[in-house]
Ligand binder design. Structure first.
Ligand code: AMP
Ligand code: ZN
Length: 124
């Protein structure tokens, strides 16, 4: 995708504040953070939206989801469980926006990881 901003970030053609990279994924700080920590986990492969995924993308999506708590922990907004069914401490939001009504602005699949001390800008 020649004109896709996240493809360009993944190819290191435009800069980002990268916090993680492997053969499948890159993760970087959102340029317009909604909270003290706001990361985007992005597959290097171009996929427009979550709605374009199927069974072939299950492992990739699982990898994205499992990376979220690790990066949140690295960024100081991890969740500490009580392990007893009650709320622990800290935590973060994980979010895929899909399509115009889902609030998607960049049509390259990405998972938002949003956390840190509240309040957050315009977001519950
Ligand atoms: P969405 O509305 O889910 O498509 O989110 C797109 C996100 O990408 C927004 O939160 C933007 O602030 C963020 N964004 C757009 N361009 C860049 C960029 N060059 N580097 C980092 N984040 C970006
Ligand atoms: Zn792309």
């Amino acid at each position: 995708m020649t004109n896709c901003i996240f493809c360009k970030i993944a190819a290191r053609q435009i800069p980002s504040k990268t916090v993680y990279e492997d053969e499948d994924l890159i993760a970087f700080h959102d340029i317009n953070p909604a909270a003290p920590v706001h990361l985007l986990i992005v597959p290097k492969q171009h996929i427009d939206t979550l709605a374009d995924c199927d069974e072939r993308h299950a492992a990739l999506l699982g990898k994205m989801m499992l990376l979220a708590p690790k990066l949140a922990q690295d960024q100081g907004c991890g969740y500490t469980s009580n392990g007893d069914g009650a709320a622990g401490k800290g935590g973060f939001k994980t979010l895929f926006n899909t399509g115009p009504d889902g609030g998607q602005e960049v049509y390259h699949l990405h998972l938002h990881v949003i956390g840190g001390p509240r309040p957050w800008r315009g977001m519950r």
